[in-house]
Design a binder for this molecule. Structure first.
Ligand code: HPA
Length: 272
């Protein structure tokens, strides 16, 4: 079936279940999914029920869309995302973003866990993403362009919206949450980077590294949706501290600080 047909099938399935039109999409990253549980009047749809959605690989991992209200706004949240390193094609990775856009979102807030490359960062800090470096050689828009969705050549000058960044900083000040601002560099994973790759990343201008977000942000830009990106620095990137990197530590730190991130995002939503 052609792509637009598959997309519309998924969109119609969700519209039939919930008539709430979301204006803001949220992608909740590793360990940061609990914000979804704060959504008022939630309508929950497991990914596996939605026609044409990729099927989650990890048993017991939450993989669901939640539609409802947060910070007084109509939102749709992805509790659990699809990563390229899991073996999904990039088309599958970004499919849910296209669906959220089809349902009506005009803004997308993406969160992730990331390794700190900037030595002024500490685990537990937050970084507003001001730009990214796609270091994978991959791009979800490779292939025939679907002109109904967006242009062949996409301007990425303002991939992360300046007004949303300013708003996030204002809310950060108000709730006394210090925020860094920096450049996120996408590696495919699933290996963490080597110390040499991290030195390279720093020379190239990265402040943090991670294994997600960039494909989704490219799709939002393709379809004219404004993006705000927030990284939770869960660890210092490889080679900075004299200790190995562990997924358990990434999860532990993101759980430790998720309440602050939730407060920040709810504050941002209520002022959007
Ligand atoms: N590298 C890549 N991805 C990550 C890291 C990291 O150090 N920490 C959390 N996600």
């Amino acid at each position: 079936m052609d792509y637009i047909k598959r997309l519309n099938e998924s969109i119609h399935y969700i519209r039939e279940k919930s008539n709430l039109v979301p204006s803001i999409g949220l992608i909740l990253g590793s360990g940061l999914g609990s914000l979804g549980d704060k959504i008022d009047d939630p309508f929950i749809i497991p990914y596996k029920e939605i026609p044409n959605f990729p099927t989650p690989t990890v048993e017991g991992h939450k993989g669901q869309l939640i539609i409802g209200q947060l910070g007084g706004k109509n939102v749709i949240a992805m509790q659990g995302r699809f990563h390229y390193y899991e073996g999904y094609s990039l088309e599958q990775v970004v499919f849910p973003v296209r669906v959220m856009i089809g349902l009506g979102i005009k803004n997308l807030i993406v969160t992730n866990a990331a390794g700190g490359v900037d030595e002024n960062f500490s685990p537990g800090d937050f970084m507003i993403i001001k730009d990214h470096i796609n270091f994978t050689g991959q791009n979800p828009l490779i292939g025939k362009n679907i002109d109904e969705l967006g242009p062949r050549f996409v301007d990425m000058t303002n991939a992360y919206d300046k007004e949303l960044i300013a708003l996030a900083k204002r809310v950060g000040k108000k709730i006394e949450l210090p925020l860094h601002e920096g450049v996120y560099m996408w590696f495919t994973g699933p290996t963490y980077e080597t110390p040499s790759e991290i030195r390279m990343a720093r020379i190239l201008g990265a402040s943090a590294v991670g294994m997600s977000t960039v494909p989704e942000v490219i799709i939002a830009n393709h379809q004219g949706v404004k993006v705000l990106g927030i990284s939770c620095i869960t660890n210092m990137a490889a080679g900075i501290l004299d200790q190995p990197l562990k997924h358990e530590e990434v999860v532990r730190i993101s759980h430790m600080v998720k309440d602050k991130l939730e407060q920040l995002i709810i504050g941002i939503l209520s002022e959007m």
